[in-house]
Write a protein that binds this ligand. Structure first.
Ligand code: UD1
Ligand code: CA
Length: 452
């Protein structure tokens, strides 16, 4: 079996410089959804017909298993498929998909291919309002005769509610021949792929239909309104999958997964969270409201409070994070680590049971176990030209408002007094403090406001 994906349309109604098929659903281009689903069917050949925004479309979707066919002028769906035909071999079936119909499932496509095993198969759907779609015309015996486009249809044909989704499967040798015979003498002056149906019927080839499990599977995107609707539908499907698998969602309508979300048992997710890339939540992890997690692994039992932003980080088990915590790329937290409000951690390792609970910047640091990082602590990792490392060994206590001017090492068990600006290593098990001596001026009077 071979697959042709039509992706040449401009999408005028998107009002965008981005070609239509590159607009994202769940953070992934529409056409990428179609390509990914197509791949699960293991086609011998995958041809994408492109036109508008050609270079961007090709470079965004590029992959070694994709063949490209250019349709310089959009003269209709039949003309579009004709551009791909030189890439196809006669022996196998051809499945035609649309690059702007992202949510068709592989199961539905398998049913369609099965229906078309010895002929032509059309994916159809019954719509309450069929306006705009091609209608499936059947004879008295219920056999499909042809497809008529809305603009070419009679009043009686317009009343038909079974519509063509555009997705079809057929024998490639016949397709090649039919496409050569298409005419554009219709209301739109286009070469309609749909005209192959009556040609197949004329040759006595079996023409069958298959239906999707849900209407959303065959919905296309022509506007930002439809894009937003499909996004919500897709997110709802993902949310339902999570609920069925045992995840507690405060509201399945208020979660966005833009990638893969793996989870253990008894995971709970509050409203408004966004998961991007590969995210893994261990058993009993709790995620508070309005968190953004991108490429993050969270150990079992960790609780994440509201408004956290984590990216490319690994978090150990039984941690307590947030609210308002930020973990940037390269962060690794051990077990039972606490990271509190307005604490930013970048490219740092933080050992088991260490805590930084308030207002701190930890960058390019290695922090041992049971370390307490006081409020307002800053690792001064950047000298304006290069980044340097801060090493803080086990059982260190760092007083509030301390600056560690890297490179610097704080020895095991050391204490840094509040307000210290550390520019040299601090020895283990000792108190180090850099602070002017406290001074009291007795009898000092505050200045008084001068009279004008
Ligand atoms: C087409 C079908 C119609 C069906 C509808 C489903 C035809 C003649 N009509 O209608 O029966 O109900 O889809 O949505 O096939 N494309 C190209 N090159 C072209 C024309 C289109 O690549 O020259 C691509 C578009 O980018 C799009 C798809 O083909 O992905 C469908 O094109 P569109 O113009 O939306 O199809 P309709 O005419 O609405
Ligand atoms: Ca100070």
């Amino acid at each position: 079996m071979q697959i042709v994906i039509l992706a040449a349309g401009q999408g005028k109604r998107m009002h965008s410089n981005l070609p239509k098929v590159l607009h994202p659903v769940a953070g992934k281009p529409l056409a990428q959804h179609v390509i990914d689903t197509a791949r699960t069917l293991s086609p011998e050949k995958l041809v994408v017909v492109y036109g508008h925004g050609g270079d961007v479309v090709r470079s965004t979707l590029a992959a070694p298993d994709i063949s490209w066919a250019e349709q310089a002028q959009q003269l209709g769906t039949g003309h579009a498929v004709a551009q791909a035909v030189p890439e196809l071999t006669d022996a196998a079936q051809t499945l035609v998909l649309y690059g702007d119909v992202p949510l068709t499932t592989a199961a539905t496509l398998r049913r369609l291919l099965q229906a078309g095993r010895d002929g032509l198969a059309i994916l159809t759907v019954d719509l309450a309002d069929p306006t705009g779609y091609g209608r499936i015309v059947r004879d008295a015996g219920g056999q499909v005769q042809r497809i008529v486009e809305e603009k070419d249809a009679t009043a009686a044909e317009k009343a038909i509610c079974e519509v063509n989704t555009g997705i079809m499967a057929m024998p490639t040798a016949r397709l090649r021949d039919w496409l050569g015979r298409l005419k554009n003498d219709n209301a739109q002056g286009e070469y309609y792929l749909t005209d192959v149906v009556s040609l197949a019927v004329g040759e006595g080839l079996p023409v069958r239909t298959a239906q999707p499990d849900g209407e959303w599977e065959v919905l296309g995107v022509n506007s930002k309104v439809q894009l937003a609707e499909l996004e919500r539908q897709h997110q709802r499907n993902i949310a339902d999958g999570l609920l069925v698998a045992g995840v507690r969602l405060a509201d399945p309508a208020r979660i966005d997964v833009r990638g893969q979300l793996k989870h253990g048992r008894d995971v709970a997710i509050d409203v408004g969270c966004v998961f991007e890339g590969e995210v893994e939540l261990g058993d009993a992890v709790e995620v508070g409201p309005y968190c953004v997690l991108k490429n993050v692994r969270v150990g079992a039992g960790t609780r994440i409070a509201a408004f956290c932003h984590f990216e490319d980080a690994v978090i150990g088990p039984d941690g307590v994070l947030g609210p308002y915590a930020r973990l940037r790329p390269g962060t690794e937290l051990g077990a039972e680590v606490h990271i509190g409000n307005f604490v930013e951690v970048k490219k740092s390792l933080i050992g088991d049971q260490s805590k930084a609970n308030h207002l701190a910047y930890i960058g390019d640091a290695e922090i041992g176990r049971r370390v307490n990082v006081g409020a307002g602590t800053i690792t001064c990792n950047y000298d304006g030209a290069n980044k340097h490392k801060t090493i803080i060994e086990d059982d260190v206590f760092i007083g509030s408002d301390t600056q560690l001017v890297a490179p610097v090492v704080v020895g095991r068990g050391a204490t840094l007094g509040a307000g210290t600006t550390l520019t040299k290593d601090a020895p283990p098990d000792a108190l180090t403090v850099s602070r002017p001596k406290q001074l009291t001026v007795a009898g000092w009077a505050r200045p008084e406001k001068l009279k004008k």
